[in-house]
Design a protein around this ligand. Structure first.
Ligand SMILES: Nc1ncnc2c1ncn2[C@@H]1O[C@H](COP(=O)(O)OP(=O)(O)OP(=O)(O)O)[C@@H](O)[C@H]1O
Ligand SMILES: [Mg+2]
Length: 412
């Protein structure tokens, strides 16, 4: 039986992670390999050093290949970074023959894309939220319906094309073709959120190292996405500055002793920190560490709260807030989020599937697992529709277009 090898590749600010999975026509997706390597060439989600990035990607891919015992040459990759900007738009067309065809749907999506965007930006995704046929609203798939007027509301994601090309270039330099490119919070949503949550209205908040990626869902559609240039590294930097310690020591303290709720700690607890070289170890109050981390968390949650107000989504988020990404693991974050945003808040772990080990059951793997799932569902579609020809020459926009089509198919 023919087996398909699929690969998700997440080039993050702190780590590059490759996951290899296998699918066959009658069986579920199963993970057979994983490779993780520290990342040094990115800042706030964008590539700043090509050589270092290529090396990290190479190492992570080699590790994954070794573990999986198979070779591969394509991967689904994620994009984020503070250059990504998204907004909602709409389009309307007249229906040609009284009954809506796929062609009409394509035309109305084209019409929704016809908005002015700055010349250095390109459209990454155009994700339909709902269609309206004449006066009937809330239609997910209008093909086959009768009417005279077809309208669509879409969520558009744009990004700096040169920054995306840099990422693709790094991946391709390792001999891997970046066959699909997906917005990272969409990938994380796929692995972490249930269909029910997306239906009820939920905010996915992926707190990575360099950025926090947000995706807001309601009635199964993506209402809003946003990349906030604040991530786990900012928490670590704040600690390093406040305690006058090295970055690595600050990271150790954040992970082992960090909390964002000073009130919940014993006011007399202390920890020993290693000062910068040449200075003696010192005692620091744990509640002080929590004050520093708490201030940054408050900033992050306040930004989220502002977004909810700006976008008028106060009444949409009945499913609450789901925090994921490695940065979500700081103690007390869900409690503080719930207090500030006044919505139920929890840490979201990737949903388990075949071959997933305990190690992968960690919020920092939400994105890469989502990319793998994305790749798997795409493979299924390609198998159904063999006419799809993933020509090596297909330009970046073409590939992004393909990616948006699959999101479209997945949502409806
Ligand atoms: N147990 C933990 N407690 C607190 N923070 C943690 C823990 N484990 C990881 N982190 C933090 O998570 C962050 C990395 O998260 P993640 O691996 O999701 O980021 P990334 O994908 O590399 O970055 P980005 O998505 O921003 O490009 C780091 O700042 C790290 O300090
Ligand atoms: Mg990430």
């Amino acid at each position: 039986m023919e087996k398909n090898i699929i690969v998700g590749l997440d080039v993050g600010t702190t780590k590059v992670c490759t996951i290899v999975g296998v699918t066959s026509p009658n069986s579920e997706l199963e993970i057979i390999g994983i490779g993780t390597h520290p990342s040094h060439g990115l800042k706030k989600g964008s590539v700043v050093n090509i050589d270092k990035t290529v090396r990290s990607i190479q190492n992570s891919i080699e590790e994954a290949k070794l573990m999986a015992g198979v070779n591969f040459s394509t991967a689904t990759i994620g994009v984020a970074g503070s250059h990504v900007y998204s907004f909602n738009s709409s389009g309307v067309v007249a229906i040609k023959n009284g009954e809506i065809t796929q062609e009409d749907v394509d035309r109305v999506l084209e019409a929704a894309k016809a908005v002015v965007i700055p010349s250095d930006r390109e459209i990454l995704h155009v994700i339909p939220q709902e269609f309206k046929v004449d006066n009937t609203v809330g239609i997910k798939n209008p093909v086959g319906m009768c009417g005279v007027r077809l309208e669509v509301h879409v969520h558009m994601v744009t990004g700096s094309i040169s920054l995306i090309q840099n990422l693709v270039k790094c991946v391709e330099e390792t001999g891997i073709q970046a066959e699909h490119i997906t917005l990272q919070p969409i990938a994380s949503s796929r692995s972490v959120l249930s269909a029910e949550e997306r239906e009820m209205g939920v905010i996915l908040v992926d707190i990575g190292g360099g950025t926090t990626d947000v995706a807001i869902w309601k009635e199964g559609s993506l209402l809003h996405s946003q990349i906030i240039p604040v991530g786990g590294n900012h928490f670590t930097n704040d600690l390093a500055v406040a305690l006058k310690i090295a970055h690595a020591e600050a990271e150790r303290i954040k992970i082992n002793h960090g909390s964002v709720l000073a009130e919940s700690l014993n006011q007399n607890s202390h920890i020993t920190v290693q000062g910068i070289s040449g200075t003696k170890p010192r005692e620091v109050k744990l509640s002080y560490v929590a004050d520093v981390l708490g201030a940054r968390a408050e900033e992050l949650f306040s930004l989220l709260k502002e977004t909810i107000h700006d976008k008028n989504l106060q009444n949409e988020i009945t499913g609450g807030i789901v925090l994921t990404g490695g940065g979500a693991l700081i103690k007390g974050l869900p409690e503080l989020g719930e207090y500030i945003i006044e919505r139920p808040t929890k840490v979201g772990y990737p949903a388990p599937f075949g071959g997933m080990t305990n190690i992968m059951q960690n919020p920092k793997y939400s994105t890469v697992l989502g990319l793998l799932l994305e790749s798997a569902s795409r493979k299924k579609q390609t198998n159904i529709n063999k006419s799809f020809n993933s020509s090596r020459e297909a330009d970046l926009i073409g590939r992004l277009g393909e990616s948006l089509r699959s999101v479209f198919k997945e949502i409806f």
